[in-house]
Design a protein around this ligand. Sequence first.
Ligand SMILES: [Zn+2]
Length: 169
Amino acid sequence: MTKRTFISTDLPQMIELYNQGKSTVDIGKIYGVHYSTVKYHLNKAGVRIRTTSEAMYYKHGTTIEGRDERYRMLRSIKQCPFYVEWRAKVMVRDKFTCQLCGYQNTRDKPTKEIHIDHIKRFSIIIKENKISSLADAIKCDELWDINNGRCLCVDCHRKTGTYGGKYNQ
Ligand SMILES: [Zn+2]
C-alpha cells in the first residue's frame, strides 16, 4: 500500500467508520495513513477517542475487566477437583499413550510430554453451555465427559490446532 497523506474530505467518512466501531488502526489501513494521524484528526473534529478499555469492547465484545474476569473463571475451572479428576480418568483410560502416534512414556523412557487434549474444544463447550461461573461448569455434564478427552504426545498435540492458548482457546 502506498502511504498517502491525510485528505480532509475523507474525514466525514472516517468519523462515520469510527462511530460504527472501527478502530483508528483499521481506518488508517483503509485510507493508507498512520493511525495516529486518524486519531489526531478525529480528535480535532471533536470526536471523543475511546479509551483502551472501550476500544477492547468494540473489538472483542468485552472490556479488559471482562476479559480478566473470564480468565479467572476459566482458570478456576481448570484448577477445580472435577477437572483434575477428568484429566486423571482420561490418562488412566489411555494408559498415558498418545492416541495418534502410539507414543508411550515408560519408566525407562519418560522423555516426551503427554497432554490431555479436548476433542471438542474446551472454549466451545464453555460457550455453547453459556458457562459463566465455576458453579455453571460443575453442573455441565459435557465438560466432564471423558469421551471428549484423549492423551496426545506434545508433537501430535501441536498438530491439532488446539494447542497453546491455555486459557484463551
Ligand atoms: Zn503422538
